[in-house]
Design a protein around this ligand. Sequence first.
Ligand SMILES: C[C@@](CO)(OP(=O)(O)O)[C@H](O)COP(=O)(O)OP(=O)(O)OC[C@H]1O[C@@H](n2ccc(N)nc2=O)[C@H](O)[C@@H]1O
Ligand SMILES: Nc1ncnc2c1ncn2[C@@H]1O[C@H](COP(=O)(O)OP(=O)(O)O)[C@@H](O)[C@H]1O
Length: 299
Amino acid sequence: MTPDSTMGPPAGAAGPALAETARAKINLHLHVTGRRADGYHLLDSLVVFAEAADTVTLAPAEGLSLTIGGPEGGVLAAEPDNLVLRAARLLAEVAGRPLPGAALHLEKRLPVASGIGGGSADAAAALRALDRFWGLGIGVAGLEALALRLGADVPVCLASRPARMAGVGELLSAAPRLPGFGLVLANPRVSLPTPPIFAARTGPFSPPAVLPEAWTDAAAMASALRELRNDLEPPAILLCPAVAEVLAALRALPGALLARMSGSGATCFALFAEAEAAARAAEALPPAWWRWGGAVRAA
Ligand SMILES: C[C@@](CO)(OP(=O)(O)O)[C@H](O)COP(=O)(O)OP(=O)(O)OC[C@H]1O[C@@H](n2ccc(N)nc2=O)[C@H](O)[C@@H]1O
Ligand SMILES: Nc1ncnc2c1ncn2[C@@H]1O[C@H](COP(=O)(O)OP(=O)(O)O)[C@@H](O)[C@H]1O
């Protein structure tokens, strides 16, 4: 059993429930380095995973089904094709043999369409859970190619550990050794779909970042990251001016070492030396925003 997995108590008469954590993905930098012939953009990004998370649980049942709960689950209720179910159907298809049914449940705490890859993390969590439940034994590395068919961000969410991401998200390599640090996440409650943000990006492509093997402390890491950027920040601010407001509020938090947008937005993050300081700082942000402060998952 991986540290990410738990066997829960029996779920009624059906049998044991199984749970996987779907952590928020944060792009500490995001350089758009080029564009493929099919229109997808080539990226260079250092990705970390916050302890802010959704949960995917499953219990034995007839057929495949999904229920959704949690404070951010409402907007997904009408979605006919949730990424959790798409992941389940895809895995069943490649397994190529009859498999037992599963009643999946998604507890949604991460805001939808917000640049922290909640849907991708949910899909990755469903793949991990069903790989174990069905006894397929594919494992995280073996699931990567399948994950990419569900979205560019799904492969990195499988291991859910710090990673360097290139290509469109399929080329994963080791992140520098990271110091302990904390993050504040804030979203102005504007959902921002990814395609128009890439489409609104203009100007030359950026080179990939040159990163060291390790950073000794959060201040050194922040000062190196300050030399980098998120190339999707300008188009996101153009389409959603509230992003600039969120960045200004994060920069003004005492102890914030760096503030930047994650992914295609609108969620932004501030980096702190300590998780506890980040948790306290998040409380000072407008209550109308989605906000979170705490720790990052270590390597
Ligand atoms: C921008 C990033 C950075 O981590 O994060 P999010 O903002 O989604 O969290 C990701 O690359 C997003 O990955 P993901 O959300 O899986 O994207 P997909 O669903 O595969 O793509 C949605 C659409 O965005 C555009 N797209 C996406 C990824 C990419 N490398 N180039 C693109 O041009 C394409 O128009 C694509 O059809
Ligand atoms: N389980 C899910 N959680 C979030 N979004 C989902 C899910 N399943 C399908 N989606 C769709 O995927 C889109 C991208 O969602 P999400 O991963 O939250 O955004 P982002 O990639 O910007 O972080 C949403 O607009 C929604 O329509």
